[in-house]
Ligand binder design. Structure first.
Ligand code: FAD
Length: 512
């Protein structure tokens, strides 16, 4: 947004970010992700309220806190979702958001190293490429899928999403290409763009029903900044609705509860929280090629460092989830409803629990869960985290489908050439019947990091923004991020969020 709106030099843009600049090498070296994930380093490290559907556990919600937001700490998988998702948005009344409408914005954002065609673009800021050095076990996963007579696909973002494949990645020359690396770093010197980091937005300033600027906290001091044209919130699915509520825009009951003056009753703010619930199976296996907390890995690290330094290849370029699949739990369904992420390493609890040794793991997540949660406030203090309740597995259909997905995932992990390889199935013993599987899922599942929907775009009473992403009832205020998705898409959410920003920038510039 900041890049597109400041291009041409006609408008001045001020970008405010709560986190610091994206200087950390753990951001840029792809294999650094698991070291960021469990910490507060460039990470908000939020938690949900206790989840009844997860046996009362709190979910963990890492979110990027630096320039580039979560694209600076994500797994770099470039996935757009299914054509069906966007046609569904349009069918809900969101004019201009059908697949045919949004495809040009995916292409505009993209510099696909594979070249351009009907589905892909070149020359855009965001570099998309194939993984540089996939682990040999990743090929074994795709072979196991084939041996189970499951489909493979050439391109998750092309004509056929269904099937297994390597994930394309947002990397350039072996380094992470976050939204900041792609869109901000190249234009740092633009005179009409001001970037202020460690600036925590406290609220949007309103004169009547018009947004006139923002108040932010930097170094324990409050500052204000006036907007001549408009204010755009891109705080993500947790940040944007929280800022709206702190500004007095939201459900009156929620605002009254925290003593916030209601400036505009907008009941949908914070509602409609949707996220991908995910379960991970782990199989321990001693290996000289798998990644993990092991002696073998320690011995390989110096070589990996040199390969990265001189060739920008090898282990340090891994995204861990190197291959995956979109599959149907019901063969007669129109579109896939589960996604797998295969990882040539052991993973548990967002790396907050360390599994020693090497091994393979596989995530299974539900693509369009029917469980819908909400986001609220715990206080009127902008520095407090929001109250996050994804209501995971609160809808009975979700657990039924996830159990089916679990069985499909396990059938692949136990097929040749993967079968016989695993030495120890760490969590999956005693999975005799569906009740046992349900218990296992409820005791270990959590997010796969795709919260959306809390400032949903739409035409109904619960819509927060309209199809131009303008906040309903307030002028000069838009929301542009994953929170505007009316429904969770069937795939990872970074590329779709960048598409949303490309389209929003285009709408704003053509309106002016
Ligand atoms: C660990 C992880 C792995 C992921 N893996 C993938 C993947 O491989 N592929 C994929 O497609 N998607 C992935 N995602 C999801 C994807 O990165 C997000 O959907 C996407 O980045 C959302 O963009 P956003 O702009 O809505 O929010 P964010 O990227 O979260 O950006 C919000 C920004 O607003 C800032 N902010 C929030 N509140 C305030 C405030 N009060 N004041 C000032 N600034 C504020 C934040 O610091 C942040 O910079 C992953 C996410 C995570 C966390």
């Amino acid at each position: 947004m900041a890049n597109r709106l400041s291009a041409g030099g006609k408008y001045s843009v001020c970008l405010l970010e709560a986190g610091a600049r994206d200087w950390s090498p753990l951001i840029h070296i792809p294999a650094g992700v698991p070291l960021i994930l469990p910490t507060r380093h460039v990470n908000w490290a939020l938690e949900t309220v206790p989840q009844k559907g997860l046996n009362g556990r709190r979910g963990f919600q890492p979110r990027g806190k630096t320039l580039g937001g979560s694209s600076a700490i994500n797994a770099m998988l470039y996935v757009r979702g299914h054509k069906w998702d966007y046609d569904h948005w349009a069918a809900l009344g969101n004019q201009g958001w059908s697949y045919d409408d949004i495809l040009p914005y995916f292409k505009k954002s993209e510099n696909n190293e594979g070249g351009s065609d009907q589905y892909h673009g070149t020359g855009g800021p965001l570099n998309v490429t194939r993984p540089r050095s996939p682990n040999p076990f990743t090929a074994a996963f795709l072979q196991a899928m084939e041996n189970r007579q499951l489909p493979l696909t050439e391109d998750f973002n092309g004509p056929q999403q269904e099937g297994g494949s390597l994930f394309p990645v947002t990397q350039k020359n072996g380094l992470r290409h976050s939204a900041a690396a792609a869109y901000l770093t190249p234009i740092k010197g633009r005179e009409n763009l001001t970037i202020i980091t460690t600036a925590h937005i406290a609220r949007v300033l309103l004169s009547g029903n018009k947004a006139s600027g923002v108040e932010y906290i930097k170094g324990n001091k409050k500052h204000t900044i006036k907007a001549r044209k408009e204010v755009i919130l891109s705080g993500g699915a947790f940040g944007s609705p929280q800022i709206l509520m702190l500004s007095g825009i939201g459900p009156d009951e929620e605002l009254n509860q925290h003593g916030i003056e209601v400036r505009h009753h907008l009941p949908g703010v914070g509602q409609n929280l949707q996220d991908h619930i995910d379960y991970i199976s782990n199989y321990r296996r001693p290996s000289w090629t798998l990644y993990g907390y092991s002696w073998s890995m320690l011995l390989r690290l110096p070589w990996a460092g040199l390969r990265f330094l001189f060739k920008r290849a090898g282990f340090l370029t891994t995204t861990y989830a190197e291959a995956g699949a979109f599959l149907k739990t019901d063969a007669s369904a129109e579109i896939p409803d589960i996604q797998l992420h295969f990882v040539p390493a052991l993973v548990d609890d967002h790396n907050r629990k360390i599994l020693l040794g090497t091994g393979v793991s596989c995530h299974v997540c539900l693509l369009r869960p029917k469980s819908v949660g909400s986001l609220g406030l715990i206080s009127a203090n902008p520095l407090d985290p929001p109250r996050i309740d994804p209501a995971f597995l609160s809808h009975a259909d979700d657990i039924t489908r996830l159990i089916k997905g679990f069985k499909i995932m396990r059938s692949i992990m136990e097929a040749p050439p993967l079968n016989g390889l695993p030495e120890e199935d760490i969590f999956g013993q005693n999975m005799g019947d569906d009740r046992a599987i349900e218990q296992e899922i409820r005791s270990r599942a959590d997010t796969v990091y795709h919260p959306v929907g809390t400032c949903k775009m739409g035409v109904d009473d619960m819509a927060v923004v309209d199809a131009q992403l303008k906040v309903r009832g307030i002028s000069n205020l838009r929301v542009v991020d994953a929170s505007i998705m009316p429904t969770l898409i069937g795939g990872n959410t970074n590329a779709p969020t960048i598409m949303i920003a490309e389209k929003a920038a285009d709408m704003i510039l053509s309106e002016r």
